[in-house]
Design a protein around this ligand. Structure first.
Ligand code: AMP
Ligand code: GLY
Length: 422
């Protein structure tokens, strides 16, 4: 197939790598990064209508959308109007991620377990709700897309009110904070669960755990994710079943009733509290770095998973998952997540250890090319992925691989997958 992938991160690289391994496709990336050009062709067409014309002219059989913003902007609707096959939710369905208020109202309407909340653009209403809350901390969220930064865990009612005020005034998140969600704090362990959906049918991938904070021991500010592993032993069949019955099925049914059937990746941020899965949030795309560890765990053709997902045929597909574990460790630049660092040259060693070579790989993210040299040019530069028969083996390989990629200011967490190895 001719396949077009939208996005430029490690997530899109890992999708490209999985497709490349099938040895059957021509890949295009828009815009891609300095390493995706080794997997296919990078193109630069930002206008979605022009991109759809490109897809027609170049006989693109399937388009896969990586990040949330093109989805929220409606790229899927534009492509579908041109009868192109594209994997991802419509603009309407992408509101599950585009608006936290929309998402919370869907959860409430279809009785899907989630934290008690209020959504409002009225300060006094938010204050009244905060005053009525019995427990601390209190969670305050900006309604719109904030690149993962729009959630504040307030330790007092005063702080919660101040946060509401800063959001509603537009001071902290601009338009995205014009509406807020105030909700109860959930105390448990967090999972990333991914369901590939075609509007009606779904396939659940192994549950992953992300590491959002920048520092070891979950310290420092939140990031896009510093590492992930899957499958997590913290999830057993009972929890998977509960997530399917109480969350995925009612969500798909609910979105059909809303006339916005959900196609694409439903990324369920779950907090497990006393054995009960509760939805923290939905995203409408793969997580990054979760995608980088899930792609190599899929034993079936990932092209089929995406294509069947995009053409309402998932019921015909039996997907196989390897009986292995994957651990991904993010190599970030010096100032991540505070500010960008100047581009520096990346040096890669030639891996000689056969076992490491066959059970690990690098997924490139914030990289560019200059004079044909690979440059570290972003916040998260690459993800070192290790596979193994145990989490420990996978983790050891990921860390072994991390010493083979070097650039000035390289930093990473040393404790990825600690939750599973305690
Ligand atoms: P979100 O963007 O909604 O996933 O929030 C970002 C992070 O904030 C989540 O991954 C959680 O770690 C945390 N968080 C969000 N909502 C809650 C909540 N109600 N209780 C506890 N932690 C939360
Ligand atoms: N790693 C979490 C996310 O992609 O949102």
């Amino acid at each position: 197939m001719n396949i077009l992938i939208l996005g430029s991160g490690g997530r899109e690289y890992s999708i490209g790598l999985a497709l490349k391994k099938e040895n059957a496709h021509k890949l295009y990336f828009m815009p891609g990064n300095g390493a995706t050009s080794d997997l296919g062709e990078n193109i630069d067409i930002k206008d979605y209508h022009k991109l759809a014309s490109f897809a027609k002219e170049n006989k693109i059989d399937l388009t896969i959308v990586g990040p949330e913003s093109p989805l929220v902007d409606g790229v899927v609707d534009i492509f579908k109007k041109e009868n192109l096959v594209i994997f991802g939710p419509s603009k309407a369905a992408a509101q599950l991620e585009g608006s936290k208020a929309y998402m919370k109202n869907i959860l409430k309407k279809y009785n899907i377990p989630t934290a008690g909340f209020i959504e409002t653009s009225n300060k006094n209403e938010a204050y009244k709700f905060i005053d009525s809350m019995n427990n601390l901390p209190i969670v305050v969220k900006a309604d719109g897309l904030c690149a993962g930064k729009g959630v504040i865990i307030a330790q007092s009612k005063e702080e919660a009110k101040q946060t509401v005020e800063d959001m509603l005034s537009g001071e902290s998140f601009g338009e995205a904070g014009a509406k807020v969600v105030v909700e109860e704090f959930l105390d448990g362990y967090e999972l990333s669960v991914f369901a590939i959906c075609d509007g009606e049918n779904y396939k659940v991938l192994p549950a992953a755990q992300d590491h959002k904070r920048v520092g070891d021991g979950d310290t420092g500010p939140n990031t896009g994710g510093m590492g992930a592993y899957a499958p997590t032993p913290l999830v057993d069949e009972t929890i998977y079943k509960k997530i399917e019955e109480r969350v995925i099925k009612p969500t798909l049914k609910g979105m059909q009733e809303e006339k916005a059937p959900f196609e694409g990746v439903l990324f369920i941020g779950v907090m497990v509290v006393k054995g009960e899965p509760i939805v923290l949030e939905y995203n409408v795309r793969f997580g990054d770095p979760e995608c980088e560890i899930l792609m190599p765990l899929i034993d079936s053709k990932v092209s089929e998973l995406f294509y069947y997902g995009a053409t309402k045929q998932l019921d015909k597909l039996d997907i196989k998952i390897k009986n292995k574990y994957a651990v991904g460790v993010v190599m970030a630049s010096e100032n991540y997540p505070y500010s960008s660092s100047a581009p520096t040259i990346i040096s890669l060693s030639n891996i000689v250890d056969e076992e490491l070579l066959n059970n690990s790989h690098i997924s490139f993210a914030g990289v560019s090319r200059k004079d044909n040299k690979l440059m570290a040019n972003g916040g998260r530069i690459a993800v070192c992925v290790g596979l193994g028969n145990s989490i420990k083996e996978a983790r050891d390989r990921a860390y072994l691989l991390s010493s083979e990629i070097n650039f000035d200011g390289k930093k990473f967490r040393n404790d990825i997958a600690y939750q599973a190895l305690k």
